[in-house]
Design a protein around this ligand. Structure first.
Ligand code: TRP
Length: 477
């Protein structure tokens, strides 16, 4: 059973736990470590966090169950699985458009995801060099970047941005590793990474959070993250960012969970596993926030620093930490694997479809799509230097100041993922055969009734409302 997981109807995760771990591996990634703190900081903190949690519980979690059941029922690529359930329900296979939108969104997300993951690779490099010099100086337990000031450490990101060739090289390296793993068939490698490295990462992150809480300004971080300013909660951008983040972080609205559900065995209770995955993912995001924001306030940064936030705060914590050089290296290595278990799921969607549809080999499909992802990703890498002044969506309200990077991130997260989720909710709640669907959920009684209510009424209405408000912010005045 080792090797290729993409053969429909045959391959399975080796156990129930392996499915949960692999899906959690897809969910937990840069979305939690990097995007959640960035978005929380750009949207005023508490109000965003509250809306985000509401979106996860009321919208994303029910959709996670919907996506994984489409996959497990279909046992095919994401588009074919959706079409299969539609046909079995006597509906048009055109409902599989939900997975088409998702496939486009996921591939687009992967283009900038690899750029950010490249920054992680960069910090693995600088941290490794740092450990080597600490060890050769006879002080292996030194803090990270021991000879440098915090200002110098925070300058690492701007310096990296000023070097497009290096930035692109790092991006390419990460694309290549992702392609390599998907080309070999993701099962073996991903299961191992998800089983051993993700739990290790979780405990390391908790340790770093405790350290940040003790040495940083924990009180300010708590106030910032958990005291909602309700006047901000009603700003349209905040609401659509919170929904987008819920989709992004749980790998929803694209088919990743359809794809992984397809490898879940029949005795997996998808209702239960959806709850576990959502809980684990949200916990990691909050814990990452609690590691990063105390440092933001203690080193006097602005919470709305944008995409560099994580990379300018955590190294400062490692700097003051005893043994920080080694802890920092370990952190970035494990963050790399967290990103990899996510990027693999992003690439798997289109590779699964191309192999099934065109009979291409996995190797060819992975390399071909990988090249495309790398090329399109160049505009994101160059958004921090050569193309920094371009505003591709200047004519769209809410995107006036967006660079290419922001535009691809924003359009996928705030528009395409929720759109795919909306079609999924209508399809599963109203169109698909109710008996088939209910049997797949593993839910009974009140749980099933609650899920049915959310997927039929709340998800479609709330996502539609948020999409409309996001597109036409003037409606809120
Ligand atoms: N959820 C991942 C993260 O938080 C990113 C990701 C993986 C993703 N697969 C996805 C996002 C599918 C949207 C759709 O890093």
């Amino acid at each position: 059973m080792a090797g290729n997981i993409s053969a429909p109807g045959q391959a399975r995760w080796s156990s129930k736990a392996a499915f949960v771990l692999a899906a959690t591996g897809s969910a937990v990634g840069l979305g939690n470590l990097w995007r959640f703190p960035t978005e929380a900081g750009s949207n005023g903190g508490g109000a965003f966090v509250l809306l985000y949690i509401l979106c996860v519980v009321l919208i994303a979690m029910p959709l996670l169950l919907a996506e994984s059941l489409i996959g497990r029922h279909g046992q095919r690529s994401t588009i074919a699985s959706a079409a299969y359930l539609a046909r079995q329900s006597g509906a048009s296979p055109a409902w599989s458009v939900l997975a088409v939108v998702g496939l486009i969104a996921n591939t687009a997300i992967l283009t900038f995801y690899c750029v950010v993951a490249g920054w992680v690779v960069y910090f693995i490099g600088t941290s490794a060099a740092d450990v080597v010099s600490a060890v050769s100086a006879g002080t292996p337990m030194a803090g990270a970047y021991a000879g440098d000031s915090v200002e110098t450490i925070q300058q690492l990101m701007p310096d990296l941005f000023a070097n497009p060739v290096l930035l692109i090289g790092l991006q390419l390296a990460f694309v290549a590793v992702t392609v390599w793993i998907v080309a070999r068939g993701v099962k073996g490698g991903i299961e191992a990474a998800a089983t051993w490295l993700m739990p290790a990462f979780f405990f390391l992150l908790i340790g770093i959070t405790v350290y940040a809480a003790i040495t940083g300004d924990f009180a300010a971080a708590l106030t910032y993250l958990f005291t909602p300013d309700f006047s901000r909660a009603l700003q349209p951008g905040v609401l659509s960012s919170a929904l987008g983040q819920a989709f992004f972080s749980l790998s929803l609205g694209g088919g990743a969970m359809i794809a992984y559900g397809a490898y879940a065995s029949r005795d997996t209770n998808l209702g239960q596993t959806s709850g576990m995955i959502a809980f684990a993912d949200t916990s990691v995001a909050i814990i990452a926030g609690l590691a990063i924001f105390p440092i933001v306030f203690s080193v006097g940064m602005e919470p709305n620093a944008g995409p560099t936030l994580m990379f300018q705060t955590l190294p400062a914590a490692f700097h003051s930490m005893p043994g920080g050089a080694i802890v920092g290296l370990l952190f970035f290595v494990l963050a790399f694997f967290a990103a990899l278990t996510s990027s693999v799921s992003l690439l798997e969607i289109s590779v699964g479809w191309v192999t099934e549809k065109f009979g291409a080999s996995r190797v060819k499909a992975s390399i071909g799509i990988g090249v495309l992802v790398f090329l399109v990703g160049l505009v994101s890498a160059l958004s921090f230097n050569v193309l920094a002044d371009q505003r591709p969506l200047a004519f769209v309200q809410g995107f006036e100041t967006a660079t290419w990077f922001d535009a691809i991130d924003g359009v996928t997260g705030r528009l395409l993922l929720p759109l795919s989720g909306l079609v999924t909710a209508i399809f599963i709640g109203w169109v698909a055969d109710r008996k088939l669907v209910d049997a797949e959920t593993g839910l009974k009684g009140g749980g099933l009734a609650a899920w049915r209510f959310l997927i039929r009424f709340l998800c479609p209405l709330a996502v539609t409302a948020i999409l409309i408000i996001g597109l036409f912010p003037q409606l809120l005045g």
